[in-house]
Design a protein around this ligand. Structure first.
Ligand code: IPD
Length: 276
C-alpha cells in the first residue's frame, strides 16, 4: 500500500542521511584499505563503517528483511523485502576529495527472499540517495513520485539525442574499458556532450532532476542502481536495459522520451552490452 511504501521511503532517507554524516566526518583521513575487481577498484575503511551502520540500523528497524550491500555478504530475510545499500557510491571521488559521492539505500522485492535479488527481475519499492557534501537528499517511492529535499522532481521534456547531455561511467577492468571507450567515441559526435561524474546513483538522480537528459552504464551492481533507477523512473524517466530487458548489470539506460530510444538503438547496434 502507499502507506507501507511511504514508511520504507522514510527509513531509506533517514539511514542514507545518517550514514552520509558518518562518511562525511571520516573524509579527512581516508586511505585505501583494499582493492576489488582491479587495482583501480578501491575500498576504504569508511565504506565498511558506513555499511556496518546501515546493517545495524536495518536489523533493529526491519529484523525480517534481507540486506544486500556492496561490502559484506548477502543477509537473507523472510519478509520478501530486501534492502540494497551502497555505503559509499563514488568511492574514488571520495578518496580524492573530488565531488560527488553518495550513500544509496533502497528497498526492493525480489522473486525469492532467500537469495540476493537481481535488478533484472526485482521491483523497487523505495529509494534514497544522499549527497553529504551538499546535503541534497533524493527520494522516491513506487507510484509516489520522486523528490529532492521535499520538492517534486521532473525530468527534462522529450528531446532528440543530438540535443542531449549524456552521463555515463566506466568499469574498473581494462578489457571492458576498451569497449566502453569505443562506445564513447561513437556517441560523442551524436550528442550535445558527455559527462563522467563518477557516482552512478547521483547520475541517475541527475536525470531525475534535469541535470542530465540521458545516462547509460554497463556493469552497474545492484547497489549502484537500486535507489537511483527508481528515483529517475518516478521523475518520469524511461529506465531500461537493452533488447527489451529491465535495467540491469549488462546495461542500464535512463532518460527522457525520444532521446532514450535513439540511445538504446545505437547501444544495441554497437553491442554495448558485451565486452567483445
Ligand atoms: C562506482 C561509481 C561509478 C561507476 C562505477 C561504480 P562505487 O561505484 O558509481 O560512477 O562508474 O561503475 O562501481 O564502486 O564507487 O560504489
Amino acid at each position: 500500500t502507499p502507506d507501507q511504501v511511504r514508511a520504507l521511503v522514510e527509513i531509506a532517507e533517514a539511514l542514507a542521511r545518517e550514514a552520509g554524516a558518518l562518511v562525511s566526518d571520516g573524509r579527512r583521513n581516508v586511505t585505501v584499505s583494499a582493492t576489488k575487481s582491479s587495482a583501480q577498484d578501491v575500498v576504504t575503511a569508511m565504506d565498511f563503517a558506513s555499511e556496518a551502520l546501515l546493517r545495524t540500523r536495518l536489523a533493529e528497524l526491519r529484523p525480517h528483511d534481507a540486506i544486500l550491500g556492496e561490502e559484506e555478504a548477502f543477509h537473507p530475510g523472510t519478509s520478501g523485502i530486501t534492502w540494497v545499500v551502497d555505503p559509499i557510491d563514488g568511492t574514488v571521488n571520495y578518496l580524492y576529495g573530488h565531488s560527488p559521492y553518495a550513500v544509496s539505500v533502497a528497498a526492493v522485492m525480489g522473486p525469492d527472499p532467500t537469495v540476493a535479488p537481481d535488478p533484472a527481475t526485482w521491483t523497487a519499492l523505495a529509494g534514497a540517495v544522499f549527497s553529504p557534501e551538499d546535503g541534497r537528499s533524493f527520494t522516491a517511492g513506487l507510484g509516489l513520485g520522486a523528490t529532492l529535499d521535499g520538492r517534486v522532481l521532473r525530468v527534462n521534456p522529450p528531446r532528440s539525442l543530438i540535443d542531449s547531455l549524456v552521463g555515463t561511467g566506466f568499469g574498473y577492468v581494462a578489457s571492458r574499458r576498451r569497449v566502453q571507450g569505443r562506445i564513447v567515441a561513437e556517441l560523442l559526435p551524436r550528442v550535445r556532450d558527455i559527462r563522467r561524474a563518477g557516482c552512478a546513483s547521483l547520475d541517475l538522480c541527475a536525470v531525475a532532476a534535469g541535470g542530465l537528459d540521458l545516462y547509460y552504464e554497463r556493469g552497474l551492481q545492484p547497489w549502484d542502481l537500486a535507489a537511483g533507477a527508481l528515483i529517475a523512473q518516478e521523475a518520469g524517466a524511461q529506465v531500461t536495459g537493452l533488447r527489451g530487458g529491465q535495467a540491469q548489470e549488462a546495461m542500464t539506460v535512463a532518460g527522457v522520451p525520444g532521446a532514450v530510444e535513439e540511445l538504446r538503438s545505437i547501444l544495441e547496434s554497437l553491442d554495448a552490452d558485451s565486452d567483445a
